[in-house]
Design a protein around this ligand. Structure first.
Ligand SMILES: N[C@@H](CCC(=O)N[C@@H](CS)C(=O)NCC(=O)O)C(=O)O
Length: 293
């Protein structure tokens, strides 16, 4: 049996650097910058500093959806933040997000730049700025915000809880995996029951509640998160699957999920996005042609 099951916490916790878990190199018990580095600024009103993790994809999908609706003010530069290399601890990034996590956005459309961090806050900010994907009031708005905040509160149990202990921890701890597998299956059932009754989370319309939830729970439903599809028997959640497939077909979603992506098929990776035409000309398959051929 692993020693971790016999651990007695000392009186005072101390930091053991590099405890073997994946991402141990970037985890610290303190906040603040580690080095001086300004953030680049492009020509568009909105500057996004991100990476195509589920939290990052929420925002690029939202921006592409807004552009698809014709909101030119949603034009954006998406700069790549390589969290594995510690870019989130540069002084410029910390000024945009004191929590040192992607995504972070700066709205430079007005006289004074406005910083926004936390993916849920960014979605709400954009929805309110453009009057889109968030019902204006009443029960519809309450339902949308309820599901948006449900996602913000639930995903850490999926990622930081289940994903961490199932896939990333240096030891497999049955108690922790059991606890979080149960919670994640419960969350999937919450979504499945809602989506059995309703086309989208907030009702008949696609909203920021779906935009926030799809990158996490849609990916889980497709077995793309932590290779846990079989373990969690995700195919049982047929209504989540229907919703996942429907959203995946949206052209803006297809574009948004490519932005700031640095893994997978080169054709699916647009490391930085500075113009709508970048999707045609700047994905990694287009940039990496073999000149020897
Ligand atoms: N609640 C935050 C979570 C953001 C978050 O956890 N970002 C991760 C990537 S998905 C990150 O930047 N991690 C880097 C680190 O922890 O140093 C949000 O929704 O924006």
């Amino acid at each position: 049996m692993d020693d971790s099951t016999h651990y007695t916490p000392p009186k005072v916790w101390t930091w053991k650097k590099g405890n073997g878990g994946r991402f141990a190199n970037i985890n610290r018990p303190v906040a603040g910058p580690t080095h001086d580095k300004e953030l680049p600024v492009g020509r568009h009103p909105l500057q996004l500093y991100s990476l195509a993790t589920p939290n990052g994809v929420k925002v690029t999908v939202m921006l592409e959806e807004l552009l698809a609706l014709g909101h030119q003010g949603a034009e954006y530069d998406a700069w790549l933040i390589r969290i594995g290399e510690g870019d989130q601890f540069g002084s410029g990034f910390v000024a945009a997000n004191p929590n040192s996590k992607i995504p972070a956005m700066v709205d430079r459309s007005g006289p004074v730049p406005v910083r926004v961090f936390e993916s849920g806050a960014i979605l709400m900010y954009l929805a309110e700025k453009f009057g889109a994907f968030l019902p204006a009031g009443g029960a519809a708005r309450a339902e949308c915000l309820s599901w948006l905040f449900w996602q913000m509160g639930s995903a850490p149990f999926l990622g930081g809880g289940f994903g961490h202990f199932y896939a990333y921890a240096p030891v497999k701890i049955e108690y922790a995996i059991d606890r979080y597998a149960m919670e994640v299956k419960r969350q999937m059932d919450v979504l499945d029951r809602r989506l059995a009754d309703s086309p989208y989370l907030a009702g008949d319309e696609y909203t920021i509640a779906d935009i926030a939830t799809w990158p996490w729970y849609g990916a889980l439903a497709k077995g793309l998160l932590y290779s846990a599809g079989e373990f969690l028997q995700v195919q049982e959640y047929t209504h989540v699957m229907r919703w996942t497939d429907q959203i995946a077909e949206r052209p803006a979603v297809k574009r948004g999920r490519k932005v700031n992506r640095v893994t997978g098929d080169p054709a699916s990776q647009l490391h930085e996005r500075h113009d709508a035409s970048d999707f045609e000309t700047k994905t990694q398959d287009k940039l990496n042609h073999d000149h020897s051929l």
